[in-house]
Each structure stands twice: as structure tokens, then as C-alpha cells.
Design a protein around this ligand. Structure first.
Ligand SMILES: C[S@@+](CC[C@H](N)C(=O)[O-])C[C@H]1O[C@@H](n2cnc3c(N)ncnc32)[C@H](O)[C@@H]1O
Length: 261
């Protein structure tokens, strides 16, 4: 608890990121990832394998951008730093431990960008059409974009901000679609890693709750899919576990279907 508190204190974060709970959530994620490192190992290895496959398919390796780079667990940032001339890590919060790791690495070609990637203000509050990933078009030599288990977090955070109990909700769906279409519109190849749904189950395996984290948005066929025990028994309740379904998608397949005539 003390380590988590200190971590929050030592992390530079914008006032908005603090007020909106992004900093406390990042610290909570850091604590849980450490507690559940064994339960999460398979998920992280599968994510890393997808990233390696995407990197191997790149024709040139100038700039790679990672969206939701977080704790550098499901994306092997050290390997990206070895392969690419420039690595751009984008997250609403970069924790102090990550900043220290970067400083110690001596990598001058790895940059941290602090940015809210949800488009919440424009899309939900203003009801406007908006591409929260449009800034990527301005990155020179972009050869790969990896959205790293960020999309469901955008949904969960917006759901909390709006105080929504019942989902799917069209405002949340609009946020999901903005991210999917933002990735599809990029000229560079993109890889989307995201949990798409979850189930709360009791010890008898009975499903107590199920949610479509993609809010009804249409998804293409994934490259691969697997289960991620986000909260094994004892993490959120003694006799309840939370199992998330994760999938990997190729960016170009995320384009909206053409309207039928
Ligand atoms: C499940 S974690 C991803 C883990 C990370 N890929 C890793 O390898 O450790 C989700 C990440 O998304 C970030 N995030 C959540 N909402 C965001 C937003 N609106 N804009 C940018 N990043 C956000 C969180 O700070 C967190 O680092």
C-alpha cells in the first residue's frame, strides 16, 4: 500500500489525469499486475507473440507507436527499441517506475507522450464526429501502430464517468468505433489487442454477469483469441473470478462495413 501511494506521489501527471482517476487506476493496475503476475503470464506472452508477428511483417522499421503502453508488460518495449529507429509510447499516465526504467535504459529514441486517447470530450460531451487517433498521421515514418489493451479501459473509464449501469450504451459504442475506425484509417499497419468481453463466474462455473466491452460494435474475425484471468478467485471476491476474452485484430480489417444498397 505504501509502495503504491509513493508511486502515485512520484508520478508526474496532469491535473485532468489526476482528477479523472487515471493516475490512481494506473497505480492500481501496477499493484494488481504484480499480485497476479503468474495468472497474467500466459496473456502477456500471447500479446507479445502478436507484437513480434506484427514487427516481423513490417517492411520498414522507422517509427512504431504504442497506444496504452502502460507498464510495458504486454508489449516488449525493449525489443521494439532494438528493432525501430523511433519508439513512441502514448498513455494518459506514464508511471514513475516506467520513467525511471526509460531513464536508466539510455534509449534516446524512445519518447513518452502523455495524451488522452479516448476522444471523450469531443465524441461524448460535444456529440461531434472526431478521430482521437488523427495525431498519428503527423508522425513521420510511422511503420507500425500497436493498440495495447487500451480500448476496454477507455470504455470502462467512460462508463464510470457517465455513471452508466446498463450497457451496451450508444455513447460508449461511439468511443469504441472511433478507436476501431481510427486504426483502420491509418496508412501504417496496426495491431489491436483488446479484451472484448468478460464473465464473472462462481466456483461452480456458473456465469453471474457477462458484458460486451465493445458495446455492440461490429468486430472482424480476430487473428487470435484467448482468455485472460484478470481477477482470479480472491482478487475481487473470495468465490468470484473475472475472466476476460481477449482478441488480436489487424488494423485494416477494422474498417466499418460499407452500407448495403
Ligand atoms: C490494461 S492497461 C495496458 C497495459 C499495457 N499495454 C502494458 O503492456 O502494461 C491500459 C492502459 O491504458 C491507459 N489508458 C486508459 N485510458 C486511457 C486514455 N483515455 N487515453 C490514453 N491511455 C489510457 C492506462 O493508463 C493503462 O496504461
Amino acid at each position: 500500500v505504501l509502495a503504491a501511494w509513493l508511486h502515485g506521489l512520484l508520478t508526474p501527471a496532469s491535473r485532468a489525469a489526476r482528477r479523472q482517476g487515471h493516475l490512481s487506476q494506473a497505480v492500481a493496475l501496477w499493484s494488481r499486475a504484480h499480485r497476479q503476475r503468474r495468472a497474467w503470464a500466459d496473456h502477456e506472452a500471447r500479446c507479445q507473440a502478436q507484437v513480434r508477428r506484427a514487427v516481423a511483417a513490417c517492411e520498414s522499421r522507422r517509427t512504431v507507436a504504442v497506444l496504452g503502453s502502460g507498464l510495458w508488460r504486454d508489449v516488449p518495449v525493449d525489443e521494439l527499441a532494438g528493432h525501430f529507429a523511433r519508439v513512441v509510447l502514448v498513455d494518459v499516465v506514464h508511471l514513475a517506475s516506467i520513467r525511471r526504467r526509460l531513464a536508466r535504459s539510455g534509449w534516446r529514441h524512445v519518447a513518452l507522450i502523455e495524451r488522452d486517447l479516448s476522444g471523450f470530450t469531443e465524441i461524448v460531451e460535444n456529440g461531434a464526429a472526431h478521430d482521437p487517433l488523427a495525431f498519428l498521421h503527423d508522425l513521420d515514418g510511422l511503420d507500425l501502430v500497436i493498440s495495447a489493451n487500451l480500448l476496454s479501459q477507455i470504455v470502462v473509464h467512460a462508463r464510470d464517468r457517465l455513471g452508466i449501469d446498463i450497457t451496451p450504451d450508444p455513447r460508449l459504442r461511439a468511443l469504441v468505433e472511433a478507436h476501431l475506425h481510427g486504426l483502420a484509417r491509418l496508412r501504417a499497419p496496426a495491431l489491436l489487442l483488446s479484451d472484448v468481453s468478460y464473465e464473472l463466474r462462481d466456483r461452480a462455473g456458473q456465469v453471474l454477469e457477462r458484458e460486451d466491452l465493445m458495446q455492440g460494435a461490429a468486430l472482424p474475425r480476430p487473428l487470435a483469441a484467448w482468455d485472460w484471468p484478470v481477477a482470479p478467485f480472491g482478487e475481487i471476491a473470495r468465490d468470484v473470478e473475472s475472466i476476460h476474452r481477449v482478441a488480436a485484430f489487424e488494423g485494416k480489417t477494422l474498417a466499418p462495413a460499407a452500407p448495403k444498397s
